[in-house]
Ligand binder design. Structure first.
Ligand code: PMP
Length: 358
């Protein structure tokens, strides 16, 4: 009888709660207003010929590499960062190997590592979610073949110092060290330049967050040219669709749009952090477009917010995140709606310590 590989038979399934997302979507770290109008204009110009042809990735790749100031051979456009993670696992992992992740972190690292039949070694962050550099370095062995680090991290919004990331790349020369910069635009610091010092370090970026293109599925992986040659071998030549390829130069070309969006999100993030602080709710200062907050009964909180038209994400089952929700930020008008709903919910919830009485 047909049976999946053992690694797949025992694989946990990851079902993000995507159904029925009516309301202000502050649950998936997406851009809450959408992409640049230049992208929409380009979409409108697409005709049947562009859809009939197989997508040609290389010219867009060369243009993006140029913008980033790297060689085209160092860059692979991918079907979101998810595919970049998957490709690294396919390229470097074998059964019997070990891969290191810090927990809590993004769920798909574990899934793709396990699917490769490789053992996941989890390194827990402390209660403040400070990056556990020493603990992680202590777990590096000769069998370590992948170390995946989200920077900023999801769901905590905390970051790993550049010096820690360099140390890890130095101590694990036989491992692919992935620095996942999905939230780079909201943080502003990158390992892209440093990456070229290390043949085993990779940087991933996405257009799903700040750029508002999660539905197009487009991201990128940057690494040493020789290593990227191997990664390219396991990727489909048509991994990024023609619509995404057509839109990408427009998205990247409208940096004014991104800067404006990012600056509003940062302002919203500061407002939310102030409101949480004033209500005595524990949160972790974030460098991303979301904030993790310990509200207590997370599922009731999510439901009360949903009734007010605001979707937020229950993260209480993540390691160290008991009672926590993750709240995505959008621009000013969305922060206004969020903060009104938050205040009402906290009052209903009976937790608005220090909040003004009505
Ligand atoms: N990495 C991190 C840290 C993320 O939070 C996410 C999305 N939640 C991804 C990667 C996936 O991004 P993409 O949409 O580009 O696949």
């Amino acid at each position: 009888m047909l049976s999946p590989r053992e690694a797949v038979r025992t694989l946990p399934s990851y079902h993000p709660p995507l159904a029925g997302r009516d309301g202000l979507r502050l649950d998936f770290n997406e851009n809450t207003v959408g992409c640049s109008p230049r992208v929409l204009e380009r979409l409108r110009q697409l005709g049947p010929e562009q859809l009939a042809r197989y997508p040609e990735r290389e010219p867009v790749e060369a243009a993006v590499a140029d913008i980033l100031g790297i060689a085209a051979a160092e860059l692979l456009l991918t079907n979101g960062v998810d595919e970049a993670i998957h490709l690294l696992c396919e390229t470097y992992l074998e059964p019997g190997d070990e891969a290191l992740i810090v927990v809590p972190t993004y769920s798909m690292y574990r899934i793709y590592i396990l699917a490769a039949g490789t053992q996941v070694i989890t390194v827990p962050a402390d209660k403040k979610f400070v990056f556990p550099d020493d603990d992680l370095c202590n777990r590096i062995t000769r069998r370590t073949r992948l170390i995946a680090i989200a920077n900023p991290n999801n769901p905590t919004g905390t970051v790993a110092p550049a010096e820690d990331l360099r140390r890890i790349a130095r101590l694990a020369p036989d491992a692919a060290v992935l620095v996942d910069e999905a939230y780079f635009e909201f943080y502003g610091k990158s390992m892209l330049e440093t990456r070229s010092e290390f043949s085993n370090m990779f940087v991933a970026r996405t257009f799903s967050k700040a750029y508002g293109l999660a539905g197009l599925r487009i991201g990128m992986l940057v690494g040493d040219a020789d290593q990227m040659r191997a990664v390219r071998r396991v990727s489909s030549p048509y991994n990024v669709n023609a619509v995404a390829l057509a839109c990408l130069p427009e998205a990247l070309g409208d940096q004014a749009y991104i800067q404006q969006y990012v600056s509003e999100v940062r302002e919203s993030r500061a407002r939310l952090e102030r409101a949480l602080g004033a209500s005595g709710i524990q949160f972790w200062p974030s460098q991303a477009n979301f904030v993790l907050a310990r509200v207590g009964a997370a599922s009731s909180f999510v439901e009360l917010m949903r009734r007010r038209g605001i979707l937020v994400r229950d993260r209480s089952s993540d390691h160290g995140c008991e009672g926590c929700v993750r709240i995505t930020l959008g621009p000013r008008a969305h922060a206004d709606r969020l903060l009104t709903a938050l205040q009402e919910t906290l009052e209903e919830f009976g937790m608005a310590q220090g909040a003004p009485q009505r």
